[in-house]
Design a protein around this ligand. Structure first.
Ligand code: THU
Length: 128
């Protein structure tokens, strides 16, 4: 099984844990690190519309709490199991926690994080 197939399986497994009663748009994410560990997350919505926690943010939180290794591959699925590309805020969150060569599945292939978020603003651009 390819890395993306493994991650698709892992994301599909957690998809029922999404909490999306407002958008009816469940999202699941799975990422692999360079030690072979898989980290997952789902979106968690909120009655205060707009305060959603995206699946990528949930995954990054779980990854940090598990002291996960460097992330190498990521998939993000909608409720039909189709690959979707991370939203703008999640691109920024990923940028701050994953290397630019993180490989992300997209509907017609794959793309690196640097390709997904070129010219990113990050911690290195902050003044002391
Ligand atoms: N969503 C994610 O969890 N990640 C993305 O990259 C795209 C959007 C969620 C947020 C919200 O709960 C729902 O999908 C609709 O936007």
């Amino acid at each position: 099984m390819s890395v993306f197939e493994q991650l698709h399986t892992a994301a599909t497994r957690v998809l029922p844990r999404a909490y999306a009663p407002y958008s009816h748009h469940p999202v699941a994410v799975a990422a692999m690190d360079d030690q072979g560990a898989v980290h997952t997350g789902v979106n968690i919505e909120n009655a205060s519309y707009g305060l959603t926690q995206c699946a990528e943010v949930a995954m990054i939180s779980a990854w940090r709490m598990s002291a996960g290794a460097t992330l190498t591959h990521l998939v993000c699925l909608n409720g039909h199991g189709d690959y979707i590309t991370p939203c703008g805020r999640c691109r920024q969150v990923l940028f701050e926690h994953a290397p630019g060569d993180l490989v992300i599945a997209i509907p017609d292939g794959s793309i690196t994080l640097t390709q997904l978020l070129p010219h990113a603003f990050g911690p290195d651009n902050l003044q002391d």
